[in-house]
Design a protein around this ligand. Structure first.
Ligand code: GLN
Length: 483
């Protein structure tokens, strides 16, 4: 086994036993990156190796490198959200998660590609280049955190951070065969995360197994007075959830997502995904869980509600990029209004423009009540569906995405088809709940398939407990792409 193939906790153990050195790990990752990065293109930029100060840095993580999605601010380094409009902007401060990573002894060595402003499900909306799926270079890695997922999958990174507004951590994790977790809204500070839709966004970890994922969440979670929506709750020691059995745990399978009876399933689910999920459910039953069908009756409205609320919030959040304070400014114009217009015209890509127009429309006088306000009400109904189910169940299981990774170019001309690839992940952001995607199989074409586990508010411990028990009894997470 090569060094880049090990997980973070395995490397930390080797370091503790002085079997390897930090320099050897960094060297192995650099070499791996040189081999695969020209094909995968996961990074927008990276520092080749971290400074020596990190090699013996504080905290337990001993300078182990971590990749970060390019919408999280790192002091004095460029951040672009894969958009032209932020070109030249260097944030003067660290996001709270970056401060926490640094304090824990991580070295932040690379910033990963994404869909522009996290708008997308394939990483093709990056203004720079698309990232490719390490399992099949003709396929997308998913999105919007596709760069982070691909980097972890092919061993360019041990672990990474992403952000998830409607599925952007879980869907690429499932497409790339890695673990990806969206924490409960409020669990991780959003301070320094460039906002897409503030009421839905959360930062979360990518890793190759549950132990690494739980270690990383423990580092980045916690109350932050700089984020008024961050929850003032203590952060449990998630490692304690690992290794517990799941005998008697009550798992619900929402029939609107995925039916246990053979004839019904949400339209568009691939047969292979359905089959992988059925096998995973059988495995969970063998491990002692009690599995039962449940209903989330307002599911059919989730995608519509999301695209009203998310675009409304995005149009407001993106209003600040006008050529005055951040990044790009179009020169040679006569007046201020012209400067705003030309800058935004040149700086935003087509999906960003589509979302600004949709969002502005939904918020405009006369349409606000009909669209935005109504969507808010349906959002409450969707959240109530989950609250009702979690009175009787410990967690829910669904596919993460209806299909395995699709080909580059396949959906880019059809935004609606693209929007539907998040059909299983979006409601969870609307309800503010935690959910994780873990590998649970492969398609006949050799592409990974992911299973989503959803828990009640602030019950990430349940996600880790169920996910770890399943992982321990299977070997999907040990598979590595042959690239
Ligand atoms: N694919 C969804 C969108 O385009 C979700 C993206 C995200 O979670 N950032 O809005």
């Amino acid at each position: 086994m090569k060094l880049w193939e090990f997980t973070g906790h395995e490397l930390l153990e080797k370091l503790a036993h002085q079997e390897i050195t930090q320099e050897e790990i960094l060297g192995a990752l650099d070499k791996r990156r040189e081999e695969v990065e020209p094909k995968v293109k996961a990074f927008l930029r990276f520092e080749k190796t971290p400074g020596p100060e990190n090699l013996s840095g504080p905290g337990g993580f001993q300078g182990l490198p971590i990749a970060v999605k390019d919408n999280i601010c790192i002091k004095n380094r460029p951040v672009t959200c894969a958009s032209r409009i932020l070109e030249g902007f260097h944030p003067p401060y660290d996001a709270t998660v970056i401060q926490k990573l640094k304090a824990a002894g991580f070295s932040i060595y690379g910033q990963t590609n994404m869909d522009e402003f996290a708008f997308g499900s394939s990483c093709e909306n990056s203004s720079y280049f698309p990232t490719r799926n390490p399992w099949n270079l003709e396929c997308v890695p998913g999105g919007s955190s596709g760069g982070s997922a691909a980097a972890v999958a092919c061993g360019e990174a041990i672990w990474a951070l992403g952000s998830d507004t409607g599925g952007s951590i879980r869907q690429p994790a499932s497409f790339c065969g890695v673990v990806g977790l969206k924490p409960t809204y409020g669990r991780v500070s959003r301070y320094g995360l460039i906002a897409f839709a503030s009421s839905l966004d959360q930062i979360g970890p990518f890793a190759r197994d549950i132990e690494d994922c739980s270690l990383l969440l423990k580092v980045i979670a916690g109350y932050d007075p700089k984020d008024s929506t961050s929850a003032n709750l203590s952060v449990p020691d998630f490692l304690l959830s690992l290794g517990k059995d799941i005998k008697g745990i009550k798992i619900g399978v929402p029939k609107e997502y995925f039916s246990l009876s053979a004839d019904r399933a949400l339209e568009g689910i691939a047969q292979e995904v359905k089959q992988a999920l059925e096998e995973a459910i059988e495995q969970l039953k063998k491990l002692g869980a009690k599995v039962q069908e449940v209903s989330l009756p307002h599911t059919e409205y989730a995608v519509s509600v999301y695209y009203i609320l998310a675009t409304a919030e995005a149009s407001s959040n993106l209003a600040r990029f006008d050529g005055v304070q951040y990044g790009l400014r179009t020169e040679a114009v006569d007046n201020l209004t012209e400067m705003y217009k030309r800058t935004r015209q040149a700086g935003f890509g087509s999906e960003a423009k589509r979302r600004i127009m949709l969002g502005t429309y939904c918020l405009s006088h006369g349409y606000y009540e009909a669209y935005y306000l109504r969507a808010l009400k349906v959002r409450a109904l969707i959240a109530n569906d989950f609250a009702d189910v979690f009175k009787d169940f410990d967690c829910l299981i669904t596919p993460t995405s209806p299909t395995p990774a699709f080909k580059l170019g396949e959906k880019i001309q059809n935004p609606l088809a693209m929007y539907l690839s998040d059909i299983y992940t979006i409601s969870i952001n609307l309800a503010g709940l935690p959910a994780i995607s873990i590998p649970c199989g492969f398609s006949s074409g050799g592409l990974p398939i992911g299973m989503q586990i959803i828990a009640g508010s602030f019950d990430e411990e349940m996600l880790f407990r169920v996910a770890h028990c399943y992982e321990d009894s299977t070997s999907w997470h040990k598979m590595r792409p042959k690239i």
